[in-house]
Design a protein. Structure first.
Ligand code: UGA
Length: 444
């Protein structure tokens, strides 16, 4: 079986590499010449633990190749996956231009017996519309939809051991070839669900919206915890032990970010609105997550007596979550900009040494380690839950700072640990130290 994957972003690259790890012959195609050059020389354009080794192994085994030549790549493929980006348009809807450009390009060269599979996240009806688009051009091939549920930072494990595989197919032929592609997963008893493309398309959006809503729910409960003395970590633990709720995605923090939740909640909301369906919970989730940024900035300001002008702020972690260098829609962007506007001096340490972050904050100093980043700091703010921050020696940090104030927006430390460190410690949804109100600050 020969597989072609168009698009070497997160989903395309990880899928292509993992299909080759299953033993198939895979060609990954992208029109970005420098990216393909990098991949051919063994350099991985994204930060994803373990991906470099799999690329090396499968390239050496000659099962995995990279190309910029779309036409020859798809000509003898039995199955072609499209995994290009579907970013948000200004109105929140999904921009399908890259998907259609790719479909248009392959229409004249795809093998007539091949099956085309859309992996990009697309609104309901897109797979059927693509089939018609191709048919109008005289290319009558089967088109299916196969959403991807991998998370950045755990992408290989998620792909190799998914909770489920969803396949939206319209023909026996598509069902047969996709069964073959995912056969290695039957061994692990992974549920493989065949359904219509429309149901598969909506399942992807519904899953991301539900997870975004779950994160937002616990963030709002965290606010309530702060107002009444409860501990959000324990509330999440208590809730998560109920198997109907589950313990995942109940970690309170600065709000969700990344390339998927913000984009997909907006696209789902836009799609429903056009059909006159009121997805009020999705709408509120988007609104609440946007407000979360304002709330986090307020929290930091209150902890700093409403004044960060001239203060040295050490930021630990800027990527939208741990184990990635991805800055797309990271909560850190809005928070840091708000502090800069108020005159703070900011230094950053992020374990991914993200180039994206260095571009976004080009005027700020990036340090090589957390300790140096905290020298002479008036405030330390943890924005990303990188594991290495859990093992920081807080006493050593305390010795280095000018003022022992630690704001942990990811609840990395236990309250006893924080208490022993000698820091004034503020976290999310836990009242170890109550923040002063703005009235208390102004009457001081
Ligand atoms: C998300 C989904 O989890 C994947 O299943 C999906 O395939 C992917 O989008 C996609 O559509 O491509 P990802 O964006 O990589 O994956 O990141 P998540 O781990 O889901 O985190 C999203 C955001 O929620 C991050 O900002 C993270 O910090 C935040 N989050 C997550 C919390 O604040 N608390 C939690 O408990 C979990």
């Amino acid at each position: 079986m020969k597989i072609a994957v168009i698009g070497t972003g997160y989903v395309g690259l990880v899928s292509g590499v993992c299909f080759s790890e299953f033993g198939f012959n895979v060609i990954c195609v992208d029109n970005d010449v420098s990216k393909i050059k990098e991949l051919r020389s063994g350099k991985v354009p994204i930060y994803e633990p373990g991906l470099d080794k799999l690329i090396q192994k499968n390239s050496q085994a000659k099962r995995l190749i990279f190309s910029v030549d779309m036409k020859s790549s798809v000509a003898d493929a039995d199955i072609v996956f499209i995994a290009v980006g579907t970013p948000s348009k200004l109105d929140g809807s999904a921009d399908l231009s890259c998907v259609y450009t790719a479909v248009d390009e392959i229409s004249s060269c795809i093998n007539k017996n091949a099956v085309l599979v859309i992996k990009s996240t697309v609104p309901v009806g897109t797979t059927t519309a693509i089939k018609k688009f191709l048919s109008d051009k005289g290319t009558d091939i089967d088109v299916a939809f196969n959403p991807e549920f991998l998370k950045e930072g755990a992408a290989i494990a998620d792909f190799m051991h998914p909770d489920r595989v969803i396949l939206g197919v319209q023909s026996k032929k598509a069902k047969k070839i996709l069964s073959q592609v995912y056969r290695p997963l039957y061994v692990f008893n992974i549920p493989i669900v065949f359904t219509s493309p429309e149901t598969a398309e909506l399942s992807k959006y519904a899953s991301n919206a539900f997870l975004a809503m779950k994160v937002t729910f616990i963030n709002e409960i965290a606010d309530l915890c702060e107002s009444c003395g409860a501990d959000v970590n324990d509330v999440a633990l208590a809730m998560g032990l109920d198997k109907r709720i589950g313990d995942k995605f109940l970690q309170a923090g600065p709000g969700y970010g990344g390339s998927c939740f913000p984009k997909d909640t907006s696209a789902l909301q836009n799609f429903a609105q056009k059909r006159g369906v009121n997805l009020s919970l999705v709408k509120e989730t988007i609104k609440s997550n946007n407000n979360r940024l304002i709330r986090m900035v307020e929290k930091i300001l209150l902890a700093c007596d409403n004044n960060v002008k001239g203060k040295n702020i050490s930021i630990l972690g800027v990527t939208f979550k741990a184990d990635t260098d991805d800055m797309r829609d990271s909560p850190s962007i809005g928070i840091i900009n708000a502090l800069l506007e108020r005159g703070a001096n900011i230094q950053i340490y992020d374990p991914s040494f993200s180039d994206q972050a260095k571009q976004i904050f080009s005027s700020l100093k990036f340090n090589d380690n957390a300790y140096d980043n905290c020298n002479e700091a008036d405030v330390i703010i943890i924005l990303t839950d990188w594991s290495e921050f859990r093992a920081l020696n807080l006493q050593e940090l305390n010795r280095r700072v000018k003022n022992p104030l630690l704001i942990d927006l990811r609840n990395i430390y236990t309250l006893p640990e924080a208490s022993a460190s000698g820091f004034n410690y503020y976290s999310v949804g836990r009242c170890f130290k109550k923040l002063k109100s703005i009235e208390e600050i102004t009457t001081q």
